[in-house]
Each structure stands twice: as C-alpha cells, then as structure tokens.
Design a protein around this ligand. Structure first.
Ligand SMILES: C[S@@+](CC[C@H](N)C(=O)[O-])C[C@H]1O[C@@H](n2cnc3c(N)ncnc32)[C@H](O)[C@@H]1O
Length: 364
C-alpha cells in the first residue's frame, strides 16, 4: 500500500534507483549542456523531496547532481527543473526542501514545483509546444509512480516524439501481476501499455513467462512509441522483485551512458540489479564474467566477415547487449584475441592488443 503520510521511510531499492539516477545525471548534464542552450529535467512524480529520516528524494538528487558537479563551471546552459507532485502536502514540503537549496544553485538553473498530475501537466506543456510549432528542450523525464495508474503510454509517446527526450520509468511489475485479472484494473493496463495485447500475458500460467511477456511488451511499446533504444533492469530486495526500471532514449550514447550508470552502482547489501540479457549475472559485482558479451558479439558478427571497430562499438553501446562500451576493448576483445576468437586485419592498427578507430576485425 502506498503511504498516506507526507514523507515515508526510504527503502534500499529506492536508494538503488536514486544511485542510477545520480550517476546518469552526472554524465547527462555536461554532454547535453555542451550542445544545447537549454535542457530540462522533469520529475513527474516528484514526492516530498526527502524521506522521513531526512534522506534526499529524487528532486534533491537531480539538483545536487548539478550543484556538486565536478564540471559545473563548464556548464553554461540553462538547466530547468520541473517537479510535478499531485499531493498538496507533499508538493509544499518539496517546495520548502528546495527553497533551502536555492542559494547553492547556479545562476542559470531554475526550478518549478507544480501541484498537479503528470498527465495533465505534461499534456498542457506539450500542447503549448505544439501550438508554438516548436519542440521540447532536450529533456530527461522521470516517471516514478507508486502503482501503475496515471502513466499513459499516450503521454510517454508525446514526450518521446521530441527528438532529444528520454524517459526513466518505474515499472511496477508486482502490482501489474497482482491485479492483472481484476476487471476494474483493465483500463489502467490499457493506458499503461497503450495497447490491449497485455491480455495475452495475463493468462500465462508460468510466472517467469508472464513476467517476460509483460517486460517485452512494455519495451516494445516504448520502441513503437518513439524510443530507439530501451534499457531495462530489475531491482530486487532479497529474492523479491520490487520493480523494474525502463529507460527509453533515441540516442545511442544515452543508451550506453545509462548502462554504465547501472553497472557502476555498487551492490548494496541484499539489494541487487539484474539486467535484461544477463540471466544469472548480478550487475555491480566486483568480478565480472564477460563471456555473455563474447556470446552477444559472436551472435551478432560471426557470420558477417570483417567489421570496423566503430560498428562493433556501436553495437555494444546499443540495447543489443547489457554491457557497455567501456567493457569492450581491454576486457573482452583483448582476451578474445589472445584465445584466437578474433582476428585483426594486419595493417589496420599500430600496436597489438589495442583497437583504435580504423581497426578491422573478424569474429572466428
Ligand atoms: C514513488 S513516489 C515518488 C518518489 C520520488 N520520485 C523519489 O524518488 O524520491 C510517487 C509520488 O507521486 C505522487 N503522485 C501520485 N499520483 C500522481 C500523479 N498522477 N501525478 C503526479 N504525482 C503523483 C505521490 O503523491 C507520490 O509522492
């Protein structure tokens, strides 16, 4: 049951979601502000800004990513934050928490707290933009509801219609699973998925098959509605799946940066991440087995002859594998070459064991 108090206790899986957000924002801010005069962070289910023990909520984490950024002095663009929270007590609590940060904000940073719903506010903002025949500033939109209601795919689509928008969505799988056969829940799921096809999954008896079906459908719907890449990971507490996060973007480097953010978060006690294609592998572990990446590379390139390293890198950045570009060369290609699993065309690199741009290789 969602809490009915203004603030509530922080649990470890929420902290996991926050750590990934923090890491991603640290990467997103300098990249996006380098190329754009104005960028936008929208926290569409913002909450009260802090937890009952005083721990920061997502709005503070997103603002702190800018305030404490190592490269803050190079960030010259306008960074606007929009916080949407429909509960008036929580939104006024959030306003107070943020007012305390005001003095630390860079001059080109603005924030607004709106007491309303995600659906209504985004619809208004996007209608306005449409009327002006312009597009949304590059935006990272966090959609973090308690349950599955009020997060329609139709609004997600309108966000993703804008060329540089990204969505970071908490997908409340346990609620979906629990209520999937309740008649009065049907329209929530129609809205959430943006199609009636979830009904095929609702009747699957095997738990894993059912989960896989719902995940695949949601990921596919994000792609049908504007995302070019979808990264997803699960947050567990002990053996219990708490929820999954879906990240949808049009940008290859955004996809890669999100995977890096997930991998770089240390495991926290009994809380774990699991990535889509990794099966048993738990992300964030100190000793990583790169054989699943070898396998992904073999499956993709083995029968395709010589490949440019740039194309191999693009594949690893994409959602075709759960690994990221920083794990390709030294951690995977070098051992593969030592074991005779790849061949590098002679004359395409100067130094053995390296794979600079221009290197041509094939998977054996
Ligand atoms: C899971 S909490 C958000 C936690 C916050 N993102 C964080 O990480 O610190 C969800 C919040 O969304 C608010 N909420 C519920 N329905 C909403 C809606 N339709 N639009 C905007 N906010 C809503 C709730 O009052 C609650 O504060």
């Amino acid at each position: 049951m969602p809490p009915n108090t203004t603030t509530w206790d922080l649990d470890s899986h929420t902290r996991g979601k926050h750590l990934v957000l923090e890491r991603y924002m640290q990467a997103w801010l300098p990249i996006m502000t380098k190329w754009n005069g104005r960028v936008l962070f929208i926290d569409a289910f913002a909450g009260p800004g802090e937890y009952s023990g005083g721990e920061p909520g997502s709005p503070v984490i997103a603002l702190r990513a800018l305030i404490d950024h190592r490269a803050k002095s190079y960030i010259r663009s306008e960074v606007n934050y929009l916080f949407i929270e429909d509960d008036p007590d929580r939104s006024s609590h959030l306003q107070e928490v943020l007012d305390d940060l005001e003095d630390e904000l860079p001059s080109k940073c603005n924030y607004d707290v709106i007491t309303s719903t995600f659906d209504e506010t985004l619809t208004e903002v996007l209608d306005d933009i449409e009327r002006q025949r312009t597009s949304l500033a590059p935006a990272f939109v966090m959609i973090d509801p308690f349950g599955v209601s009020n997060t329609p795919m139709s609004v997600v689509k309108r966000i993703l219609d804008n060329p540089k928008s990204e969505v970071y969505i908490s997908f409340m799988y346990e609620s979906i699973n629990r209520f999937r056969n309740h008649a009065n829940f049907e329209w929530h799921l129609d809205e959430l998925f943006g199609c009636p096809d979830w009904r095929q999954g609702a009747s699957l008896n095997d738990r894993e098959d059912r989960k896989k079906f719902f995940y695949n459908l949601y990921g596919q719907q994000l792609k049908n509605n504007g995302a070019n890449y979808v990264v997803h990971f699960e947050l567990y507490q002990g053996q219990r799946l708490v929820y999954a996060i879906f990240f949808g973007t049009k940008n290859l480097n955004g996809c890669d940066k999100m995977k890096q953010a997930i991998w770089n978060v240390d495991p926290l006690g009994e809380f774990r991440f699991r990535g889509k294609r990794l099966g048993q592998l738990t992300l964030g572990e100190a000793v990583v087995d790169f054989s699943p990446l070898e396998e992904d590379l073999q499956n993709r390139f083995k029968s395709r002859g010589w490949q440019k390293i740039e194309d191999v890198l693009d594949f690893v950045k994409s959602d075709g594998t759960a690994f990221h570009s920083g794990q390709l060369k030294m951690k995977t290609l070098k051992p593969m070459e030592a074991n005779g699993k790849i061949e590098v065309r002679s004359g395409t690199r100067k130094k053995s064991g390296t794979y600079p741009n221009g290197t041509v290789l094939r998977f054996l």
